[in-house]
Design a protein around this ligand. Structure first.
Ligand code: VAH
Length: 386
């Protein structure tokens, strides 16, 4: 979501730039060139009927009426053309937002979890819509970031599987037919309690105890299978806990490592749900975004692995990040109120990954450590929350 909002001009990047055809885009140009399809489709409807919604964004386009009729019939929504967009079901709204993306005159389209929560039939028709968008815009790389995180997934296992795996199958089929690269991240959550915890090797035991972990192992294996069987260029990393000041955390075990900074800046006591001494790999979001792009642009002849590269930058326990923040906020206080579910998940994951393969095969190297991340997080949140 963060990445999609930055390249759409909805969020100002803290550093770096967004190039289109090799030219650096200003925020106004990103808004003009990029169509961002939000997870919450309803935020993007402006008119009082489905058919007007589709006309609204593409006025003056030749053959628009015929195209709209074709799309509505293809997605089984022709009979709903006069319905108010807000009277549609979630799946119908998502199909409408995909049709808007398809009809958009903008040269770049960003889909943020366009198929989350759809039933199998609608997932299929969304897959066809995504394929049409890939064909129309000649897409060469798909970043498939749709997933429920570990804690939410434990409470919604079927939905987690549907988004994570059924959605992935859709994307891989499209990529097979249209020769796109596909990046679908895995996670340290793909390891389990009998994985070596320190310096966790690239190739080792993966017997996770969460549905999140099971879906991530499957993601790695399914992406590898499409690569071996059909030559699809699938690549991915195993993300640690990602820390960002832009988007609040979304239901993961490592959310505490983001929430603690918000509490520090707000001058609140932080109540930590993860027990003292629980080590987990963490990474600042700028490094994670850099890894996404660097791996996809890496020389394929150097890659021995394709999916599930271990990448690491820092490993810490709650008391460590608390002490680092206190260097800047001496009055900051933290207490523990351990969440049993989060504790069980966190303690089944590795303490610290060995990322030597990523460093050797595509020159992975993080820019941030706990100290530099803390300085940047606190400064950015002071700005954001003032
Ligand atoms: C989670 N933030 O906690 C995610 C991530 C490695 C952690 O997968 O579920």
């Amino acid at each position: 979501t963060t990445f999609g909002k930055i390249i759409s001009g909805l969020l100002k990047p803290t550093s770096g730039s967004v190039l289109y055809n090799g030219e650096k885009m200003k925020i106004s140009e990103m808004k003009r060139n990029v169509m961002f399809v939000m997870q919450e489709a309803e935020f993007q409807f402006f008119t009082n009927s489905v058919i007007n919604e589709l006309r609204y964004g593409s006025k003056g386009r030749e053959g628009l009426s015929e195209e709209i009729e074709r799309l509505l019939k293809k997605t089984g929504m022709w009979k709903m053309r006069d319905r108010h967009p807000f009277s549609l079901s979630g799946g119908q709204m998502q199909r409408l937002s995909l049709m808007l993306a398809y009809l958009s005159p903008k040269p770049v389209v960003v889909l943020d979890e366009p198929t989350a929560g759809l039933d199998a039939a609608n997932l299929e028709s969304c897959g066809e819509m995504i394929a049409e968008i890939v064909r129309k815009y000649n897409i060469d790389a798909i970043y498939n970031l749709a997933a429920l995180l570990s804690v939410v997934a434990e409470n919604k296992p079927q939905l987690a599987w549907k988004i994570g795996i059924d959605g992935l199958w859709n994307i891989l089929e499209v990529a097979k037919d249209h020769k796109c690269q596909v990046f679908t991240p895995s996670s340290i959550g793909s390891f389990g309690p009998n994985t070596p915890k320190v310096d966790t090797p690239q190739d080792t035991v993966q017997r996770p105890k969460t549905i999140y972990g099971v879906s991530k192992v499957t993601t790695e294996l399914l992406s590898d299978w499409f690569h071996t069987k059909y030559g699809v260029d699938t690549r991915s990393v195993r993300f640690p806990g990602l820390i960002s000041y832009v988007t609040p955390p979304g239901g993961g075990t490592t959310d505490y490592a983001v929430d603690i900074y918000y509490s520090a800046v707000r001058g609140e006591k932080f109540v930590c749900p993860i027990p003292e001494g629980t080590l987990m790999d963490m990474m600042y979001m700028p490094d994670a975004l850099h890894a996404c792009i660097q791996l996809m642009e890496a020389d394929p002849s150097r890659l021995i692995h394709h999916n599930g590269f271990n990448i690491a930058s820092m490993s810490f326990a709650p008391e460590t990040v608390y002490a680092e923040i206190k260097k800047h906020k001496p009055d900051f206080e933290m207490v523990y109120d351990v969440d049993p579910l989060k504790k069980g998940i966190a303690q089944s994951w590795p303490d610290k990954l060995d990322d030597s393969c990523a460093r050797a095969e595509w020159d992975w190297k993080p820019q941030y450590d706990l100290s530099s991340m803390t300085v940047d997080m606190l400064a950015k949140l002071e700005q954001k929350l003032k």
